[in-house]
Design a protein around this ligand. Structure first.
Ligand code: NAP
Ligand code: FE
Length: 366
């Protein structure tokens, strides 16, 4: 047996976990920059809870609320200027994966004058500012990963920064914040988490320590699938989904993602298809591609509580609804783009360009 296990995020889970652990913020610094998207952090109560808690421990803060979904390198550069001007010495990201990933890049850029290549290098002269992460979607697991995925116009794609120094120092997971999610975002983010757990389990970098986390995450999400089809998702299911997405985050922190994410990025960049949805649309034919040679596909189907990969495909279809149409030139471009992504190399067996094209072809209407 051989593995590396590293999970340095002090993680708090449960109702009111921010307020109950207010002193943790005092360990991070003396002035906070809160990073959020436009509206949701106000709507779901997380921003008010953070502000109240910081006030209770007398930590001053500034707030930057201009992070858009799929943040770009330009977006985080602008936010990092705000961070510098604010004098913050730690960052609190609140939101879905977009504000959390932005918070990590801002933590780097607030203390390093570097160009884009160096931003993506993962090696920084000055240690990034400490980060607290508060997820309000149950999907990306970014609160426990060392990744910041940014839209990068220079390569016309999304690209991941990955380095241990951007692991959040602390994560606070309160399922109540996810109660305001629309049915569509609940589904898309749950499917993203499922994709992380499945890809991580199958990754070339999967390890003995991490595989039980992946199967447990898959099992929990499987239990929630019937509810995901309903308009209203219960509090119990929301708690399970947030826990499952955190487990899946711990998984990909060790294994990386694989072909599905590599293929999903151009769908988001060029067609603005939501990140989780893009992965979900690809999952069935990815599993069909692996099924003949990879026994582990059966473990996944068992864990999710289904009988076959085909049943899995039907259930995912029901969740995601009508598929988008891809043109011939898009198929060509997306296949080429996916082949250049670094996570493709984690896929076992390693797909050739023709395999990736076939998965795209079968997953979308033409
Ligand atoms: P998101 O882009 O962060 O947010 C999507 C939408 O959901 C936004 O409009 C947001 O509104 C809203 N929202 C967030 N929380 C809400 C809540 N509690 N109630 C109502 N609305 C809410 O979505 P995401 O799927 O969580 O994150 C996707 C990003 O994460 C992508 O860029 C993806 O590449 C990245 N990602 C990162 C990792 C990693 O390991 N770091 C892994 C997978 C994916 P506001 O804008 O108003 O907040
Ligand atoms: Fe993802």
């Amino acid at each position: 047996m051989e593995f590396r296990y590293y999970m340095p995020v002090k993680t708090f889970f449960g109702r009111n976990c921010i307020e109950k652990n207010s002193r943790e913020f005092m360990l991070l610094g003396e002035k906070a920059l809160i990073v959020t998207g436009k509206i949701s952090a106000e709507k779901n109560g997380s921003l008010a809870d953070v502000k109240k808690t910081l006030e209770s421990v007398k930590i001053p803060y500034a707030h930057y609320n201009r992070i858009k979904p799929n943040p770009s390198v330009e977006d985080v550069r602008e936010a990092s200027l705000f961070a510098r001007e604010s004098g913050a010495d730690f960052i609190i990201g609140i939101g879905g994966g977009s504000p959390l990933d932005a918070a990590k890049a801002i933590a780097i850029l607030a203390v390093n004058d570097i160009d884009d290549d160096d931003l993506y290098s993962g090696i920084y002269k000055n240690r990034p500012l400490p980060i607290a992460a508060i997820p309000t979607t149950a999907g990306t697991g970014s609160e426990v990963t060392p990744y910041s995925i940014l839209t990068y116009s220079r390569i016309s794609n999304k690209k991941s920064i990955g380095c241990d120094s951007i692991f959040p120092a602390a994560a606070f997971l309160d399922p109540v914040y996810t109660a305001t999610l629309s049915s569509e975002t609940t589904i898309n983010t749950a499917v993203d988490a499922l994709s992380h757990a499945i890809e991580g389990y199958l990754s070339a970098r999967s390890t003995d320590v991490i595989m039980p986390y992946a199967l447990e995450s898959i099992r929990l999400i499987g239990e929630c699938i019937p509810e995901l089809k309903e308009i209203k998702v219960s509090d119990g299911a929301r708690e399970k989904l947030l826990y499952a997405s955190m487990l899946a985050g711990i998984v990909i922190a060790h294994t990386g993602t694989t072909a599905v994410h590599a293929m999903g990025y151009p769908l988001t960049y060029h067609r603005n298809i939501d990140h989780g949805r893009a992965n979900g649309l690809l999952l069935y034919h990815y599993l069909k591609f692996l099924e003949p040679s990879i026994e582990k596909v059966n473990h996944i189907i068992n864990a999710i509580g289904m009988k076959s990969v085909d049943e899995f495909g039907k259930e995912i279809d029901k969740l995601l609804g009508d598929k988008e149409m891809l043109s011939e030139s898009e198929l060509e471009l997306f296949t080429k783009t996916a082949m250049t992504a670094k996570n493709i190399s984690n896929t076992v067996p390693l797909p050739e360009e023709k395999d990736i094209r076939k998965i795209f072809e079968k997953s979308f209407k033409r």
